[in-house]
Design a protein around this ligand. Structure first.
Ligand SMILES: *Cc1c(COP(=O)(O)O)cnc(C)c1O
Length: 454
């Protein structure tokens, strides 16, 4: 085989001199332009060894531009969620309200008083920012916002129960998904786990026995993502609190999703609400910011001041602290509840409370715009590890397409990827979870893939 002659390949410097390279340098910067041209030349050299001829300089630059475009493409991008799962953990959980986004933006572009007391002109505490509204909303004495609920539980146990016995029902030693296992988190905090009762039944006497044996904290974790049905018993929260308090021991309740509104109003099972947990006398309550609360990722700890003071002082509090955008966002989301406008202002509650008529109209509009498909009755889910097995009635746009997997994969590869689901060989799109301002692109995306040969 004759040796390939590479001497005709232009140098990087000479390519950089060509007029087309100017555009590349302008968009990518000189360093990245050089790197992409080098890589482009490497690829050409490889092709030449397998018999291809040398392309012209413009083609080399075009190839470099494609490389740069690929390199600069962000990995994390908006998607359209037509899956019907409202709190989709893989799709970033709760989309935020307009006011929440504005609040997060305004503390991002500018300096702010994150840890600065505007009254005294001295150093302040970041924990004050979301605290007041949490006190107003829940009646709790004190509050702290941290990175997420896993961190909230870990920090609480580390601060209150390190090297101490913590009693928890066996039925609550669960994995919440994404690697949050209650027993692992407890061990990580240094607490000594005392599991009582059986998988399906726990009696008040089980708690009392553990307390008599020296437990220093009672923990309940809402089994958010599964249900035990049948022969089950659990004492009332008030009874657990009373038992803990009779031994001067705190009752910590991880309610998980942080519902401020009763889900049973919408035909769903009842999720424990923050207000109920407070009313039952729990000393510390932990919940997520981005599940049923509908805000940014956060973990919220509310409760008794003396306990929260200990939690705030623990070294781990610094490691899991919330950033300025989180604090601004959580406060703005909580403001919707304070103003009694959560159902209309918070996207996930708008979705949960969406009426059948509106859903049908939207599905119908989609059907008209793409000129095919069938509108069928179906179900949406809350998701995000809340309300397992619970569904909301909905209308779906259903498409019968031979290569359903390929169709969905084509939808995912668009600039604004679109997510649907397959059931019984049909591709289903649920209007409930498609944000109104994404509807136009959603229909465009469907049309684009329908008219492409896949
Ligand atoms: C979801 C959940 C967690 C974890 O919350 P993150 O905010 O995802 O860290 C912990 N406990 C319970 C009961 C949950 O439902």
């Amino acid at each position: 085989m004759p040796k390939t002659d590479f001497s005709s390949i232009p140098s990087v410097d000479s390519i950089l001199q060509s007029p087309l390279a100017n555009d590349l340098i302008n968009t990518a910067g000189r360093e990245l332009a050089v790197r992409s041209i080098r890589q482009s030349i490497d690829q050409i050299r490889e092709k030449m060894t397998s018999g291809h001829s040398l392309p012209d300089t413009d083609t080399i630059i075009q190839q470099a531009e494609n490389l740069v475009r690929e390199w600069l493409k962000p990995s994390l991008v908006p998607v359209i969620n037509a899956s019907g799962i409202i709190l989709h953990t893989n799709l970033g959980r709760a989309p935020l309200s307009e006011e929440t986004i504005i609040a997060m933006r305004s503390v991002s572009w500018s300096y702010n008083n994150l840890e600065f007391d505007l009254y005294t002109g001295r150093r302040g505490k970041r924990s004050v920012h979301a605290e007041e509204i949490l006190q107003k909303l829940t009646g709790a004495e004190s509050a702290l916002v941290v990175n997420n609920n896993a961190a909230a539980v870990l920090l609480t146990l580390s601060a209150l129960a390190k090297s101490k016995k913590v009693v928890i029902p066996n039925s609550q030693l669960v994995e919440i998904g994404g690697g949050f296992r209650v027993p692992d988190v407890m061990r990580q905090s240094g607490a000594k786990l005392v599991a009582v009762g059986t998988t399906n039944r726990i009696h008040l006497s089980d708690y009392v026995q553990a307390l008599e044996d020296g437990a220093s904290l009672v923990l309940n974790a809402h089994s958010s993502n599964f249900k035990i049905i049948g022969f089950t018993t659990e004492p009332k929260l008030e009874e657990i609190t009373a038992a803990a308090h009779s031994f001067s021991v705190p009752f910590v309740y991880d309610i998980g999703s942080g519902a401020m509104i009763d889900t049973s109003l919408f035909g769903l099972s009842h999720e424990p609400t923050v207000v109920e947990a407070m009313a039952a006398g729990a000393d510390i309550i932990c919940f997520s910011g981005d599940k049923l609360l509908g805000g940014p990722q956060a973990g919220i700890i509310i409760g008794k001041k003396d306990l929260l003071d200990k939690i705030k002082r623990h070294p781990l509090a610094r490691a899991v602290r919330a950033d300025k955008t989180c604090l601004a966002g959580i406060t703005a989301t909580l403001t919707h509840y304070l103003k009694g406008e959560a159902l209309v202002a918070i996207p996930i509650w708008r979705m949960i409370s969406l009426d059948q008529d509106t859903i049908y109209q939207r599905a119908h509009k989609w059907q008209r715009s793409i000129g095919q498909g069938e509108i069928i009755k179906g179900t949406s889910m809350v998701g995000g590890g809340s309300l397992p097995g619970d569904t909301l009635p909905t209308y779906l746009l259903a498409l019968r397409i031979k290569k359903a997997d390929k169709f969905l994969s084509a939808l995912r590869s668009l600039p604004i990827p679109t997510i649907g689901r397959i059931e019984n060989d049909q591709i289903l799109f649920d209007p409930r979870t498609v944000l109104p301002n994404q509807e136009e692109i959603f229909v465009q995306n469907l049309n684009e893939v329908l008219h492409k040969k896949i």
